[in-house]
Design a binder for this molecule. Structure first.
Ligand code: CA
Length: 236
């Protein structure tokens, strides 16, 4: 099996060692950078499959690393940061980070997010090399070709807008999508900046999909940031 290359960008030695040991024990190849400049030069020479990025770096802000890295690579970036403000998460995600984990984090959560990001960036690594046209999770099935949604085989009727929202989240399942990312994908670049219309649609979607809309099992809210759809169950 071809090992995935992970680049950890973190100036705290013990955090770096901890993540690096866990990843190595699970068969990943790991490199570490403790500054933004070192990270960017390693990223060009090693072509890592995924970046784990701390935002508080000694020589530059991690946001700068995201901006620069995104000018030439679309490999996934998971931010692992002590910054817990919603606005920091939104900025990082909108700048092109794929996911965001706040410190302190659970190592199994981090491993799960890494697997999700890698699966999304390497669809061919799953089964065959055609893009997936089905989404499955907990009895919910979406067929992106037929544009149909069923739960336990019962059809669910969504409006075209509601379908677009759900399909976009499902195609990015397991990852948090910011409100503005969803708005842009559904209403285009001229979407209103106010996300009220999105919240109204989401309330209707949840009434149709969730048994208990207050405790959703399909689409989760990341308060102040966006939505995350339950991860696609592994293809058989
Ligand atoms: Ca730091």
């Amino acid at each position: 099996m071809n090992k995935f290359n992970v680049l950890i960008i973190e100036d705290e030695k013990n955090i770096c060692n901890f993540i690096s040991k866990t990843l190595s024990s699970q068969g990943y190849r790991v490199s570490c950078a403790s500054t933004g400049n070192e990270a960017l030069s390693l990223a060009t020479s090693l072509c890592p499959d995924i970046l784990l990025l701390d935002l508080g770096l000694p020589d530059m802000d991690g946001m700068e690393v995201i901006h620069r890295f995104r000018t030439w690579s679309n490999r996934p970036i998971i931010v692992v940061s002590a910054r817990t403000l919603e606005i920091d998460k939104v900025r990082a995600l909108d700048a092109g980070a794929d996911d965001y984990l706040t410190k302190p984090f659970g190592i199994s959560e981090l491993m799960a997010r890494i697997r999700t990001s890698l699966r999304h960036s390497n669809p061919a690594a799953n089964n065959g090399d055609t893009p997936p046209h089905l989404y499955h999770a907990k009895g919910l099935e979406i067929n992106f070709f037929k544009r149909t949604i069923t739960i336990d085989r019962n059809p669910i009727h969504l409006t075209p807008i509601e379908y677009k929202i759900v399909a976009f989240l499902a195609q990015n399942s397991g990852k948090v999508m910011t409100y503005s990312a969803v708005m842009n994908s559904v209403w285009g670049p001229y979407a209103e900046s106010d996300n009220k219309i999105l919240r109204v649609n989401m309330a209707n979607i949840r009434r149709k999909l969730e048994k208990n809309p207050a405790e959703p099992i399909y689409i989760f809210t990341e308060v102040g940031v966006g939505y995350r759809m339950a991860d696609d169950e592994e293809p058989l």
